[in-house]
Write a protein that binds this ligand. Sequence first.
Ligand code: G3H
Ligand code: 13P
Ligand code: ZN
Length: 332
Amino acid sequence: MTSYSDLGLVNTKDMFAKAIKGGYAIPAYNFNNMEQMQAIVQACVETKSPVILQVSSGARKYANQTLLRFMAQGAVQYARELGYDIPIVLHLDHGDSFELCKDCIETGFSSVMIDGSHLPYEENVALTKKVCEFAHSRKDYVTVEGELGVLAGVEDDVSSEHSHYTQPEEVEDFVKKTGADSLAISIGTSHGRTKFKPEQCTRDANGILIPPPLRFDILEEIEKRIPGFPIVLHGSSSVPIEYVKMIEKYGGVLKDSVGIPEEQLRKAAKSAVCKINIDSDGRLAMTALIRKVFAEKPDEFDPRKYLGPARDELKKMYMHKNINVLGSADRA
Ligand code: G3H
Ligand code: 13P
Ligand code: ZN
């Protein structure tokens, strides 16, 4: 059994308290491989930003959970080597069972999400409470994220066709009964690169899809009912048009891509939203650069020569988000 403090990791408690007070959000970036991890750590060290490293069940299956845990431990050392000791959380993204959360906690995760959002309300409460009781009774307090409301799109192995917004009337009761440390809500974001159907959007003069705004009215209602409580936004990739265009220029097909505009995330980050989840944008940036290298250098076959540029682009993108969108730069 491993305790996260022995690995140099921290939980989200202090991070979130500071983020709410300071009017910014902590980046929660998913990683599945070494290049993504390097880009995240380099970007967060250079911008002096706290960071949450997220591991999904899919990532555990792809990369092996033991390797990912040791990579996170390595990330702490790597950040120090790069010259700045930023706070790093290792978080389970979309945990779907008590057993999975327990396993992660026992191998050194400092934070877990138990996603019971697809369950009937009372079952979601019971499952989240069970995970909280276990996580909070550890020598090192492990923080727990719960979820109310359903995001459309793919949530790991669970996919839902239709979203439903978080009902503000439920949040106070949920937080009180479960003991959760933060709450993921549904106010219009969704996972993946097609966050809205074209018929939900308008188009600008260039034919680019403009999405409807997030439901800030629901967020405000939630904030009134649980003042100062840490709120999490999943599905917060912006799906940058430059990456979509680059992928399409070099042979990809990404029809009807649309994300959450940066100004909406900037606004959310100033509220009680203190964790913003971003995965798809990293996938887009990597894919764009890899396609570019393949198209421009057809004789290249050294993976370092295409993964390297992809990693550099990822780092640039994460730095931009920390500095210009989430406001987490210089907060470490
Ligand atoms: O919420 C979903 C994350 O983007 C993780 O995706 O399950 O494909 O690793 P994944
Ligand atoms: P995106 O698909 O918008 O990047 O969302 C990622 C996420 O919510 C991970 O939990
Ligand atoms: Zn998510």
